[in-house]
Design a protein around this ligand. Structure first.
Ligand SMILES: Cc1cc2nc3c(=O)[nH]c(=O)nc-3n(C[C@H](O)[C@H](O)[C@H](O)COP(=O)(O)O)c2cc1C
Length: 180
């Protein structure tokens, strides 16, 4: 007998769109192993019917955007062991040793603002699209010090590889019939 396909929620919060495109890319690859609902994070997103959750957000001021934080807060008390993955989309392109370290630090800061009870299987930080218009002086200085440049920092092979890791974990984890 074939197992029913896993129902996976890929939810995202974006200000300028780069996180949405990353979420779509991840969701597209997860469709190889699961039924995927791709939704903007928000209070109306239903959580009961999913077997697993991939939640991502743009990072603003070292934190997820409020709709993604709100979704994580709502999920925490009802997650009941269902697997969760987080991704963050930031102005840091994690390629390169110093920037990999910075990306880890930034992901850790972001995680401190999220419910500890969720215990994500992984939390990966990807570079997004950096626009300098509207960035305050301290932000520009930070970018300069971090040797970052504006523009599209998205590392699509890394995003695909991460999505495939999630897909592999989903495909090999047993469906918990009691979770839905
Ligand atoms: C107001 C503002 C604050 C930001 N704060 C941070 C930050 O604290 N850390 C960081 O790494 N990137 C920061 N960024 C860069 C964004 O995370 C990056 O541009 C990301 O790709 C935005 O995603 P989006 O296109 O989905 O909105 C900030 C960008 C803006 C506009």
């Amino acid at each position: 007998m074939t197992e029913p396909r896993r129902q996976v929620l890929v939810a995202f919060a974006t200000a300028s769109g780069s996180t949405r495109e990353i979420a779509e890319r991840i969701g597209g690859r997860l469709r190889a192993v699961a039924d995927v609902a791709m939704l903007p994070a928000g209070p109306g997103v239903e959580l009961d019917r999913f077997d697993a959750f991939v939640i991502g957000s743009a990072v603003h001021d070292m934190a997820w955007l409020p709709p993604a934080r709100g979704l994580a807060q709502r999920l925490a008390p009802v997650v009941r062991g269902r697997p969760v993955w987080f991704f963050s989309v930031a102005g840091i392109d994690p390629r390169g040793r110093t920037r990999t370290w910075m990306a880890h630090q930034e992901a850790a800061r972001v995680a401190r603002g999220l419910p500890g009870e969720l215990h994500p299987r992984d939390h990966r930080l990807f570079g997004g699209v950096v626009r300098m218009d509207g960035v305050p002086l301290w932000g520009r200085l930070f970018y300069r010090l971090a040797r970052q440049h504006p523009g599209d920092q998205r590392d699509w092979p890394a995003i695909d590889a991460w999505a495939d890791e999630v897909a592999g974990a989903l495909a090999s984890s047993p469906l918990d019939a009691g979770s839905r």
